[in-house]
Structure formats: C-alpha cells, structure tokens
Design a protein around this ligand. Structure first.
Ligand code: MOS
Length: 743
C-alpha cells in the first residue's frame, strides 16, 4: 500500500468535539428516569470475617431502599455460577458480597441503595458492621522464599522459556559483571473516569447497562453468566471511556452490584466508586527482580539472568510477562529466566499499561546501564553489540524489526554522541545534568474481531463494532480505515463502538485494537466494495461491466478503474440504483496463523532522556525525552504521537512519583487518593519528542499495524533512572526515585 488518502495522515480526533463539549456521555452520566443510587461500603480490615451487620437503623431512613450484603446476596446471585471473565487469571475470581469472609482491605462488604447518592453515602457511613480480625500478611519481603511458578491460564501469559546455554558458568567466566536487585512498588491505574455502572431496568426484567469498561462484551458475558440473563436481557453500552490503562479489562465489582440491585429491586440503579475506592480494583504488583549480566571480552552479552517475584492475591494467580522480554531483546546464548508469584492478603493485581514489560524493562535496562559502566562502554554501544536479529526465545526471525534505526534516529535527534560518559560531569548552574537511555520490546498482537458496515443512499457509511475506545484514537483510525477502503470523505463515515448489539470484539487492551478491529473494518469494507462492484455492473451502460475487483478502486466517492479514472460510477448512485435503502456487509477477521507461525511479531522502542537534578534538594526534572518507536505502520501520526506522549509521562511517573504505599500494620494502602498518590502535572513534563521509524510488515496483519498503546512506555523509567545516575553518580535501584534517595 503506497498511495493512501487517509491512512497514515495526521488526523484530529473525530470524537474530539463530543468530548470537549460534554456531548460524550460516560457511564455515570446516563440520567435514566427513576434512578436509585448505590454506595459501596468497604472493609476497614485486611483479613477476617464479618460477625454482624445491623442494617435496621439504615433501613428505617426514609428513602433507603435496601442494604445488600452476604446475608442476603447468595440466594439472589447464584453461588454456583462462574464469575470468570475474558481476562481472568487462574484461580477463583472474587465474588462480591458472597461470604462473611474478608480477604483484603477495602473489600466491598455491603451496598446501600437509596433515592439519592448523598443519602446512600450517608446511610453507608452509619451502617453498623462488626468484624473479627485475623492476622494478615501484605509484605512481599516476607515471601522471598515462598514464591511459586504459576500455571498458564490468562490470555497472553507465556511462562518464561526454558534456560538456554550455560548461564551460570558463563556468568562466572564473564569479563564484566552486574548482579543486582531492582524493586518497584505497587501502582494503581487511576483513570480520570471512576468506575460506575448505570443499569436501566425495563419492564419484564430487561437491562440496559452503561458500564465503565474496556470491553462491553466482556462485561455482558460476565453478568449473563452470573445472573442467568439472555443476550437480549443484558445489553451493555460503553461508548466513551475516560481512560482505562488496563483497569477496565476485567468487570469491576460495581457492575455486579448495580445489576444485582436492579434485578432485585426491579428498579434502575447506578453504582459509582469514589476515588478512594479506585484503589480497591486491582493494581500493578509490587515486584522484586534480580538481574545478572556478564560480558564477553568484545563487550557482547555472555550471560543473562532475570528473575521476578511479584505479589498476587490469595484467590487468584495474577500473571504477567515480566522476564520473557529479557530473553529476546538482546542476543545472548546463555540465558536463565525465572518468574514467581507470592500470595498476600491483597486484592488481585491487574494488567496495567504494558503489564510486565514496563516493570521488567526497569530491571533489565538499569542493569544494562550498570554493565555499560562496568565495561567502559557507551550504553548505546553496549546494546548494539548484542543486537538481536532473531527472537531467541522462539528461535524465529522477526516479521520486521527496526530497533537499530530507532537507536540511530533517536540518538541523532537527542544529540547522544555529545555525551560525556563521566557521572557528575555536566552542570547547569546548581543543576547536575544527566543523560540516560534504554529500550524495549512489546507484542504485536491481533485478536479475532468483527465489524459491520452499512451504506445508505445518501452516501453515509455507518461502521459498527463492539470494541472500545479508552482514549487511544480508535474512533478516528477506524474512520480513516473505512474512508480509505471505500473512498469516502471522513465526514461521511460514522464509526460506532461500545455496544453489545454490535459485532463482537475483544476488550481494548494489549495494544491490539488497531490490528484486530482495523482488519475487521477493512475486510467488511472490502466485502461491501465487492457488492458495490456487482451492483455497478448491473447499471445501464456501466463503464465497469467487465472489471474485476482487483481492477477497481474506491476514491473520492467514486468506484473507478485503476487504469482509467474516467471509467467511474458514483458510489451513491450505485446504492440508489440498487433499489435498497442501504447496502450492508460484515466481516470477522482473525490472525493468519499459517502466515505468522514462522515469525516473531513485535514492536520496539529506544528512549533517550535528559534530567536535571538539584544538587541541594534532590529534586529531578526530566527536561528532554526522545522516544523512537518502531511499531509497523502508523495509522495516524497525530493520535499515535499522543499515545507515545502519554506513555512517556507514565514512564516518568513510574520513575519519580507513583507508588501506592501499604501500611503493613493495617494491610491497607495509606495514600489512596489523588492528593497523596502522586502523578505528574503539566509543570513536571517538558520536551518530549516522538520519532516513528515505520516498518512495512504484511505478516503481522493486512494493515501492517503493530499497535502503539504500550510500547512507548518501555524503558522510559529505566532511562530516567540511568540519566539520574549519569547526573549524580548515585545508582538507585528502587523506584520511584524520590528526593530522599538522592540526598
Ligand atoms: Mo492494557 S494493560 O492491555 O489495557
């Protein structure tokens, strides 16, 4: 594909006006008639059981409709039903309000439903619940020797590959060595939009559910299973999602509660969480990692060990790929990777932007920087000496890989060659200036997805898929794809998503939506295109009478011969001549496994960072970032750049600010609010330059797109840490790097 009108062009968000004018409605904004409000009561203890709930006083308040708890829920919500969702890891999912047992702090233990939100909240505050506390353990430091290897189970989880070569012996023999531990704390996603479900109850028990989610079909399957509802009885809608970052991959407990209350009370009900309760729905796990690296005399990697241990809950084995990337990012013949979980009295962790890779790359890429200093090599040069032309984990070539170009273009743009390698060598007034770099790898994934297109006689195209948009640009790039393949103006295309009445699509996650839904939209458009050609050929005196589908193209609202543009039919005229009010087609697209199976499909990045560290105060400013990304074809440089900008901010945040702090005495997160859980504000963010190194790749999928939502975050936190070392001479291996670690 070379000549395109829409794909690859910087295009402003088609959903932008709706978002900035407030026309875009989020789950808690659907003011359906006669709505009741649920407020969740959260457990103050981390472990134990509820011994008594006295709801009498609350139920006596005028306007309170019901109090739901384990005392009345099990008979309603059918204990024997599966609570597994599409993204559930191994184990038994948490069942809200099902037993007296408390398994984690902030566990939802009751739902108070009332006429107004304020009344529900007040009533919840005076609900009398007595607990019997049991001893809890929330500190992973106590579990260092109790890790276990999880089974497979969750979509996308791949256990580390078996060891290759002789990693131990080669480490002992290595010319230069690094052997260190790297730690980062717990993080919570904190999208702007808090979790909420508005359930509209229709006569006869049918529900329309407005849910905050990254996948309406996943939410629908979940509540259908639990409550025994038909597809028709449980329509789930999620047209706008105010950020997700993985927190909306799994249905959250407010969905269960809102549906339960609506069915039981035969009443429309909304349940929304507070910001504080957003810290009870899953998190990036606290992870302890060790990396051992050794070089050959020529500076290439002789040995690589990477081991990770992270927390999970008592009831589920949450998994993510933390160490696997280390076996494929660099060429190394002797590799040993290990991955273990430890059970604690916390809620199950949950995928959070670039799960596993974001954290694995912290350990690997700081260790690589340490090795560069040990070996007296430039950190970029060290990486180039072990450049992997082949995925050694899978023993397959990459379908495409332009990481080398990312290194070179990123370094050139940053001015890396001017770097004086000595720490503490560069100053700007009272500021110590440091430069660091790192790189990363992420999956280029395609999942099965479907789309439907419908062209009306006035030339408007409606495209539908049950996919989601978490702010990534899905509305926009799908509009571009449809406009491209049917030769229509962008304004003529209305892409609709987030409704379980639309053709099915997976959750929006894994950076797979552009590839998965994009291919479905392309194929649906092509199917419609073939119909249009057939109909055009039936028109009187058709100039396309003898044309084959390969001979025609859709451009500027016309269907025309590729080789003779004057032989054309106006697309709108074809619909009108057909006698139909609209023409439809649909497609289900799945990865071409036969084509892909000999290849490793991955996106890469290289990131260069400048920091200024105040020598007296220990404060860090990330003054400059260049992030070079090779992720196949870039559908829309504008929205893609936004994705990478966001990723860089996330990386800076992980390096310097973000951590949910557990008070182990209470087994409770103490900074569960926006005031004390720090994330960057505008004043913390300076120059960020995004470079795309495009790759042509017809193996990953027919669009050649690899996805851009996660790859941009990789290595950013490590590059910041490495720049801090270069600035200050202090090697910090525990993130976030707050000022106390630099003084
Ligand atoms: Mo992403 S963590 O797959 O939403």
């Amino acid at each position: 594909m070379n000549d395109t009108n829409y794909i690859g062009k910087a295009t402003s968000r088609v959903d932008g006006p709706a978002k900035v004018t407030g026309a875009a409605k989020y789950a808690a904004e659907f003011n359906v008639p006669n709505l009741a409000y649920g407020y969740v009561v959260s457990s103050p203890i981390a472990k134990g059981k509820i011994t008594k709930i006295d709801a009498a006083e609350v139920l006596a308040l005028p306007g309170v409709l019901q109090v739901f708890s384990h005392e009345n829920v099990p008979t309603l919500a059918l204990l024997d039903r599966s609570y597994k969702d599409d993204i559930a890891p191994g184990g038994s999912p948490f069942r809200p309000l099902h037993s007296a047992e408390v398994k984690f702090s902030q566990q939802p233990v009751a739902l108070v439903v009332a006429d107004t939100f304020e009344l529900a909240r007040y009533a919840a505050s005076i609900l009398k619940i007595e607990y019997e506390q049991a001893g809890h353990e929330t500190d992973i430091e106590t579990k260092r020797t109790q890790g276990f290897e999880p089974g497979t189970g969750k979509t996308g989880f791949v256990p580390p590959p078996p060891p290759r070569g002789q990693a131990d012996q080669e480490f002992e023999r290595a010319t230069h060595r690094v052997d260190q531990e790297y730690v980062h704390g717990t993080q919570h996603h904190n999208p702007m939009e808090m979790f909420a479900s508005t359930v509209e109850y229709h006569e006869g028990g049918k529900l329309t559910v407005y849910d905050k989610t990254q996948g309406a079909p996943n939410s629908q399957r979940y509540i259908r299973q639990i409550f025994g509802l038909s597809k028709d009885e449980a329509r789930v809608i999620s047209r706008y999602t105010g950020g997700g970052f993985g927190s909306g991959l799994r249905p959250q407990y407010q969905l269960f509660m809102a549906v339960l209350a609506a069915l039981e009370l035969r009443h429309s009900v909304r349940v929304s969480l507070t910001r504080q309760q957003m810290f009870s729905i899953g998190h990036r796990p606290h992870t302890l990692q060790t990396v051992k690296l050794g070089t050959n005399p020529d500076g290439s990697l002789a040995s690589l060990h990477h081991h990770a241990l992270h927390e999970t809950s008592r009831f589920e084995d949450y998994t993510e790929n933390v160490v696997n990337w280390s076996g494929m990012l660099y060429q190394c013949a002797n590799v040993k990777l290990g991955y273990q979980l430890a059970k604690l009295d916390v809620y199950s962790p949950q995928d959070m932007r670039a799960p596993g890779a974001a954290t694995g790359s912290i350990a690997l890429e700081i260790a690589m920087d340490e090795l560069a200093y040990a070996a007296g090599l430039d950190p970029l040069e060290l990486r180039l000496r072990s450049y992997a032309d082949r995925d050694q984990n899978l023993d397959k070539p990459f379908s495409s890989k332009k990481l080398r170009e990312c290194y070179h273009e990123g370094a050139a743009k940053f001015g890396w060659e001017k770097r004086n390698p000595a720490p503490r060598a560069t100053r700007r007034g009272n500021m110590l200036v440091g430069w660091g770099m790192a790189s990363g790898v992420w999956d280029a994934s395609q999942q099965k997805a479907a789309a439907k297109v419908s062209l009306s006689a006035d030339g408007k195209l409606t495209v539908q898929s049950a996919t989601n948009e978490i702010g990534t640009g899905t509305y926009t790039i799908m509009t571009q794809v449809a406009a491209e393949y049917l030769g229509l103006p962008l304004e003529a295309v209305d892409f609709q998503l987030g409704d379980t009445n639309f053709p099915p699509a997976p959750v929006q996650g894994g950076s797979w939506t552009a590839a998965s839904v994009g291919t479905a939209v392309k194929e649906a458009c092509e199917a419609l295109g073939e119909k249009l050609l057939k109909l055009a050929q039936k028109m009187e005196g058709s100039p396309l009478a003898d044309a084959k589908f390969e001979d025609v193209e859709f451009v500027n609202g016309q269907l025309r011969l590729r080789l003779d543009h004057n032989q054309a039919v106006v697309i709108r005229d074809i619909v009108q001549a057909s006698g139909e009010t609209k023409l439809e087609a649909d497609a289900t697209a799945a990865p071409d496994l036969a084509k892909q199976k000999q290849y490793s499909l991955h996106a890469h990045n290289a990131v260069f960072v400048e920091v200024e560290v105040d020598e007296d105060l220990g404060t860090v400013h990330v003054t400059r970032v260049v992030n070079a990304v090779a992720a196949g074809r870039i559908m829309n440089p504008k929205t893609a750049r936004s994705q990478v900008l966001g990723s860089v901010v996330w990386g800076i945040s992980a390096a310097l600010m973000e951590e949910t702090v557990m008070d182990h005495k209470f087994g409770r997160y103490v900074n569960h609010n926006y005031a004390e859980y720090h994330i960057p504000v505008n004043a913390d963010i300076h120059d960020i330059d995004v470079v795309f190194v495009e790759e042509e790749d017809d193996i990953v999928n027919p669009l050649g797109v690899k996805g851009i939502g996660e790859v941009g975050m990789l290595g950013v936190a490590a590059a910041v840490a490495n720049a801090i070392f270069h600035a200050t001479g202090k090697r910090v291996r525990e993130l976030p790097i707050m000022l106390d670690k630099l003084l």
